[in-house]
Ligand binder design. Sequence first.
Ligand code: HPA
Length: 277
Amino acid sequence: MNEVQLHIENVRQAAAKITAALGNLKPKIAIILGSGLGGLAKQVEAPVILAYKDLPGFPVLTVAGHAGQLIIGKLNDVPVIVLNGRKHFYETGDAYPLKTMIRAMKAAGVETLFLSNAAGSLRAPIKVSELMLITDHINFLGLNPLVGPNDDSFGPRFFPVADAWDKELGAKVKAVARQNGITLHEGVYVAFRGPSFETPAEIRMAQGWGGDAVGMSSVPDCLIARHCGMKVVGVSCITNMGAGLSDEKLSHAHTLENAAKGAGAFERLVLAAVKVL
Ligand code: HPA
């Protein structure tokens, strides 16, 4: 089997395992939890947990704060799949684990992917521990996860991403935030490859490009999901100001610590949003 055939087989087998575990539940939404936002996983009612290591082709996780579990159950009475942990490009440069995870969601009947991440703010009004709805992105990863042979059964070789982040779903999330008194900014997410944080000069560049937040994830996930026809909505939890915009020293521990401060609002937002998405 070549790499592509192996991937297709992994998607098929992983989707079969997930479908079997779903039982009577028919989740239309899957939520990918970003760094430090794993607390939502504990809120899933009557959880059925599948470890990534038991799902063929799923990511093997190495970063602290990423659990590597697929959780099936209900949030606020709505059937969901929660993906607690995902692989970053900076770990391997290999997009197949992420592709397998997202395409298996699609094959299991999921229509909407709710992405979340920890991010640095590029604008003073977007403050640490606040949330930002992602309205668009800039892919500065130097990589696109869809480079390589295209399998038309997943999606077309060329596809538009003018509507990558779903406007209608975004408006619904905004409305839910308003109703629940949750501060939700909106803006453009700039994805850097990492694993180093940015330099102050890179942060000024990203500001000049019209970015509102910077991070190292979610853009590949969005592209893979849009390629196979899923809708995407996403929220960043602001864990710091971009490098040079404040005196704080950036580290993964700092990210996790501040994500925990925004996690309460994030969890309330998602719990309310799944009802209306
Ligand atoms: N840059 C990149 N990724 C991040 C940041 C940041 O400032 N904060 C959390 N993830």
